[in-house]
Design a protein around this ligand. Structure first.
Ligand SMILES: [Ca+2]
Ligand SMILES: [Ca+2]
Ligand SMILES: [Ca+2]
Ligand SMILES: [Ca+2]
Length: 503
């Protein structure tokens, strides 16, 4: 009997021990968004209802915490709280059909081929054209928020600058890749020109590894948000996000929006959804969504790439050779790889120097984004489409010598609004990027005679249904004194950017 009681009390003790553990398991890992930046009061609020604060963000007004299930509803009803979202899983966008470590091979076998020839994607987008002009991404800071980077890899060691590992129990500054995905991204973005292995799109870029994904290529939203916060606080120029969560996330969106507003260009994989919708974070307006193209500059018959109006650019994503662990090289497919090509191109644009091409008085990430869009090689249906966005990214075009550009502004009188350009005899490509004008009329004169055949009207609010806001056309100038007059039509204050590029 005594034994039995002893056994029973031991059992009770055991249950007593187990209950808090089960209670812990029933607790939810959440991100709590507030209307105002949270302080001591909000932390005490969370602790007061049995929660544990894991991280107080500085970038977004939010706290990552563990909360007892029963406290969730109460917190959601609190007027200080904007949202409470589950700390969901986010994963690297990986090909499902190619195990990452399938047949990795070493650098020495690659030394036999030219390192440019080894990488069709880097070649296809015209990276070498930029490199030959000395445009290599030097000094441009790129944060690869991923599984880390193997910073001992011979093709990456010279460009690796630093980073942070948010996945460790005690985070530190050693974001060594233990999976390979982040290292593959890093190689596409910035593998060195060193007569071995591969070469990246921007071979002198400054690479930073922000490890928010673990050895199995998955991670949690709270670590992704922390990674974006790190990128902003460490003054990164570009963030590469070749990862996706299953759902829309208010915390992730807020982090991307604020980082973008702070001047960071954010590039993300559209997702390997096989024609399904664009994944988050790529789908957010503040993030460039990148779809994949193959060696024929097509999506291919069986494309893994996402589809939809949020697709902004396309880039090589099939059979892409890059760096992996051990250290070695492997060919992989996916929109992850495509995003990395765009990230590298953006780094080249930054190192080439981008002007205030959207005429907002600032030179920043928005100009880089517009440059990437305007210089992409159109694929599929004419103009922006749901398959390729603005087209396949072009490092060669995006870093070409600055186009002659002007801002066409509808001022108080039509006469004041005219812009006139003198051109020498040549073939020109003229692009109009509209900002709420109704139309632009273009009058062309040659040796003081009006060339009716070259003049044109371009409508942006065409009732016939063609209302593209970006129009590109060619103009052939043969005379010696050749003038083009641009006449903006629309309400006062409306404008358009005109770029004129010699062919
Ligand atoms: Ca190399
Ligand atoms: Ca987007
Ligand atoms: Ca600007
Ligand atoms: Ca198109």
């Amino acid at each position: 009997m005594i034994f039995k009681n002893k056994y029973l009390s031991a059992l009770i003790l055991f249950i007593g021990f187990v209950v808090p553990v089960t209670g812990f398991a029933a607790a939810s890992s959440v991100i709590i968004g507030f209307h105002q930046p949270p302080g001591q009061y909000e932390q005490e609020l969370i602790e007061g209802i049995g929660g544990t604060v894991n991280r107080v963000y500085r970038l977004i007004p939010a706290i990552a915490a563990m909360l007892p299930e029963q406290a969730l509803a109460e917190l959601r009803d609190n007027p200080l709280v904007a949202y409470v979202e589950e700390n969901k899983t986010v994963t690297a966008i990986e090909p499902t059909y190619t195990p990452l470590m399938l047949k990795p091979f070493a650098a020495k076998s690659l030394a036999l081929v030219d390192e440019y020839e080894a990488v069709w994607g880097v070649q296809r987008i015209g990276s070498k054209v930029a490199h030959d002009k000395g445009i290599t991404g030097s000094g441009v800071k790129v944060a690869v928020i991923d599984t880390g980077i193997d910073y001992t890899h011979p093709d990456l060691v010279s460009n690796y600058v630093g980073g942070y590992d948010f996945t460790k129990e005690v985070p530190d500054e050693y974001p060594m890749d233990d999976h390979g995905h982040g290292t593959h991204m890093a190689g596409i973005i910035g593998a060195a020109v060193n007569d071995a292995g591969v070469v990246g799109v921007a071979p002198d870029v400054w690479l930073y590894a922000v490890k928010s994904l673990t050895f199995d290529a998955s991670g949690k939203l709270d670590d992704i948000v922390a990674g974006i916060e790190w990128a902003v606080e460490n003054d990164m120029d570009i963030i590469n996000l070749s990862l996706a969560g299953a759902d829309d996330s208010p915390a992730l969106q807020a982090a991307c929006d604020i980082a973008y507003a702070a001047g960071v260009l954010i590039v993300a994989a559209a997702g390997n959804t096989y024609g399904g919708p664009v994944a988050f974070p790529a789908a957010y307006d503040s993030v460039i969504a990148v779809a994949s193209t193959d060696i024929n500059d097509q999506r291919g018959d069986f494309s893994f790439s996402a589809l939809g109006p949020q697709v902004e650019l396309a880039a090589p994503g099939l059979s892409i050779l890059s760096t992996i662990l051990n250290p070695g090289y492997a060919k992989l497919d996916g929109t992850s790889q495509s995003a990395a090509h765009v990230t590298g191109t953006a780094a080249l644009v930054l190192s080439a120097g981008v002007g205030d091409i959207n005429y907002d008085g600032l030179v920043n990430n928005r100009d880089v984004r517009q440059k990437l869009q305007a210089t992409a090689v159109d694929r599929g249906p004419p103009g922006r489409d749901e398959l390729y966005g603005y087209g396949r990214v072009s490092a060669a075009e995006a870093t070409a010598s600055p186009a002659n550009s002007l801002n066409l502004l509808r001022e108080s009188t039509p006469f004041d609004s005219l812009e006139m350009v003198d051109l020498e005899a040549a073939s020109y490509q003229i692009s109009l990027q509209n900002n709420s004008l109704d139309a632009v009329f273009i009058l062309v004169t040659e040796n003081n005679h009006i060339r009716k055949d070259l003049g044109t009207g371009r409508f942006f609010n065409d009732l016939r249904g063609d209302a593209a806001q970006q129009i590109t056309f060619e103009l052939e100038a043969t005379g010696t004194v050749f003038k083009v007059v641009f006449i903006p039509l629309g309400s006062i204050g409306a404008s358009a950017n005109v770029t004129i590029q010699k062919q």
